[in-house]
Write a protein of this length. Structure first.
Length: 216
């Protein structure tokens, strides 16, 4: 799924996002890191259940047709199992590779958990917890799931309630779904910068400590 993250923004749009981060950080000592990942998890259970759900009616239909043709009867269990076994792996592979199809078999609760876990893991991998004033913030976009997380460090959470980011998350998610990716992300960065500037104004010796954009 790596291509999902790489193709999420064009090279020109990536430059615009980096410039948006730079402009926002000119007003605050906070560190803003937008991160784009292809997916937060591989969801093997979705592939397995999707393959089984697709195979089941096809196997039943073929059992009826072939069973009558071979004089085995339309409800021959052994024939059904043989057909199911032959078709299951191709059906599972189909669900695995067709991402739009795979989404139909995702469990929404699992998706929320996996994206949250991936965002927290990425927060630490990117070193956002190591900023001088503990004011790093991650704008995490998981493309496959169409999910966005905004995660702030301890210094930010002490001054800003987490629910203050909800509107930004909702608008950015809507922008992704409506194919206004770059504009929505740049606007989200601008709004995050405005909020941080109020609580963490720019300091004289401030310098950029982290990436302006991370794509994985």
């Amino acid at each position: 799924m790596k291509n999902l993250a790489e193709s999420f923004l064009t090279p020109e749009e990536q430059q615009l996002v980096s410039k948006a981060v730079h402009a926002a950080e000119l007003q605050t000592s906070g560190e803003i890191v937008p991160m784009i990942v292809s997916a937060s998890h591989h969801y093997p259970l979705a592939c397995a259940s999707g393959g089984a759900i697709i195979t089941l009616p096809v196997a039943l239909l073929l059992t009826s047709l072939i069973g009558n043709y071979l004089w085995l009867g339309p409800e021959n269990m052994y024939l059904f199992l043989a057909i199911f076994a032959v078709l299951y792996l191709p059906a599972r592979a189909l669900v695995t590779h067709l991402l739009w199809l795979k989404r139909f078999f995702l469990n929404s609760d699992q998706v929320e958990e996996e994206v949250a876990e991936a965002a927290i893991t990425s927060f630490y991998e990117e070193g956002l917890y190591r900023t001088r004033a503990e004011n790093g913030i991650l704008i995490f976009i998981s493309v496959f799931e169409h999910k966005v997380w905004v995660l702030g460090d301890r210094g930010i959470n002490e001054k800003i309630a987490p629910d203050q980011w909800l509107e930004i998350v909702e608008e950015l998610t809507h922008g992704i779904r409506t194919n206004c990716r770059c504009e929505s992300l740049c606007r989200a960065i601008e709004r995050v910068g405005e909020i941080l500037a109020h609580h963490f104004p720019i300091e004289g010796d401030d310098h950029n400590e982290l990436h302006n954009l991370s794509i994985r």
